[in-house]
Design a protein around this ligand. Structure first.
Ligand code: LLP
Length: 394
């Protein structure tokens, strides 16, 4: 949680609506995670969660690599000083231009997601006279049951179906300008079950053992993807990192002795977990009104800047996020039920529905917690041509 005095300080520094990120809480999240992982693990920050350059370079300084999903994100990672060898590039639709840029920069790995992509990388690497290191992103045969957002199992645009991996490997082995480096799997996001995360890790390790049994390959890199969740709502239980750490350690104790993994670097690439709780979105109350008995607060922000808060991003069920208040005048303790509507011309722009809040007046501020990930980066910022929200980092 971001400290209330820091929020007040930021309000005095900038205009609303704005995002506020807290370095201390990013560091805390990073170290709490790195602290539970075995030594052979690296954390690659998934830049898509929040591409703010200060955040990416902070994480680079802490020792993180980067998971990038576009040329723009790759440029941010390079500019932030992250070593190319610690960057992996994933995404089902990488363009020729993006792949050429990645190849020229000799990044650590490109996650291939189709056979067509393998052929294109071979062509572009030959042209650039480089040898590119690729990992195969697998689409597993199972879906992550408890993931808030599922990206694996069944038919998917993501990855190569696990049963088709031998055919993709054959293609790679026939390429002169591609080195096979390992495998990658990302099955979903917003996972709050330690068991599910450990199960996914176990599944990929077992897949690797079976693959190694049949194929003459070296597994230098195994990337378990991201997906660690955060508690967005009242009553939601945060991940128990201690328990997760001991589940992972148990799994690794079993495989560590296996010579297949002797030289393997294990990677996880979380985004949300690292930055989600470090950020808030602050908006000002412009008006209060009552419509046929229902109270509304109309604020200067909205779903164009924080689509996830409006429940419109990967949410099956719309729930109110945790909202705090800052009064411009005297603190009020009386509470009421209100609906918080943004400033857009669409009925979708509801930031909280029938929520209990202290009675607010125009000029007071509301802040939406857990907005550090997929807030700024995953919102339709161009809708209605408002000014971009400033981002303040403390
Ligand atoms: N790696 C890959 C390949 C990914 O596609 C993603 C996220 C991550 C890592 C990081 O996942 P995280 O640790 O942040 O869960 N706001 C969107 C989230 C989509 C997640 C996309 N992939 C939604 O709510 O739909």
């Amino acid at each position: 949680m971001v400290d209330i005095n820091k929020i007040k300080r930021a309000i005095s520094m900038t205009r609303t609506p704005f995002y506020l990120y807290d370095r201390a809480s990013i560091k805390k999240a990073y170290y709490s995670l790195s602290g539970i992982l075995p030594k052979s693990f690296r954390i690659y920050y998934a830049i898509k969660a929040n591409p703010n350059a200060h955040i990416v370079s902070l994480l680079g300084r802490l020792g993180a690599g980067a998971d990038v999903a576009s040329m723009g994100e790759l440029r941010i990672a390079l500019k932030a000083g992250i070593r190319p060898s610690m960057i992996s590039f994933t995404g089902p639709g990488k363009t020729e231009e993006e792949l050429s840029f990645a190849i020229r920069n000799k990044i650590g790995s490109i996650s291939v997601e189709s056979e067509d992509e393998i052929s294109l990388i071979e062509k572009l690497s030959t042209r650039a006279r480089k040898v590119s290191s690729v990992v195969i992103r697998i689409n597993p045969a199972f879906a992550s049951e408890t993931a808030g957002i599922r990206m694996g199992g069944g038919s998917q645009q993501f990855g190569i179906d696990e049963e088709a991996v031998p055919s993709a490997l054959k293609l790679i082995k026939g390429c002169c300008h591609i080195d096979f480096a390992g495998v990658h799997m990302h099955t979903g996001s917003q996972i709050l079950s330690e068991d599910t995360i450990a199960k996914n890790i176990n599944y990929l390790l077992n897949f690797c053992l079976r693959l190694q049994d049949k194929e003459d390959i070296k597994l230098n890199m195994i990337n378990f993807g991201g997906g660690l969740g955060i508690p967005y709502y009242y009553g939601q239980r945060p991940l128990d990192l201690k328990r997760l750490g001991s589940l992972i350690k148990d799994t690794f104790a079993k495989v560590q002795a296996n010579k297949v993994f002797k030289k393997t670097t294990f990677i996880i690439e979380p985004g949300r977990f690292i930055v989600g709780q470090s950020g808030i979105y602050v908006t000002k109350v412009l008006y209060r009104k009552t419509s046929r008995g229902k109270a509304f607060l109309i604020v200067d922000g909205g779903m164009h800047q924080n689509m996830a808060a409006a429940g419109l991003l990967g949410e099956g069920l719309r729930r109110n996020r945790i909202i705090g208040t800052i009064f411009s005048g005297k603190k009020v303790s009386k509470k009421e039920r209100v609906t918080v509507a943004g400033c857009l011309c669409t009925p979708l722009d509801i930031l909280a529905h029938d929520i209990e809040l202290p009675v607010c007046a125009p000029g007071d501020y509301l802040f939406i917690t857990c907005s550090g990930a997929y807030g700024y980066s995953a919102s339709p910022l161009g809708f209605l041509t408002h000014q971009m929200p400033p981002e303040v980092i403390l």
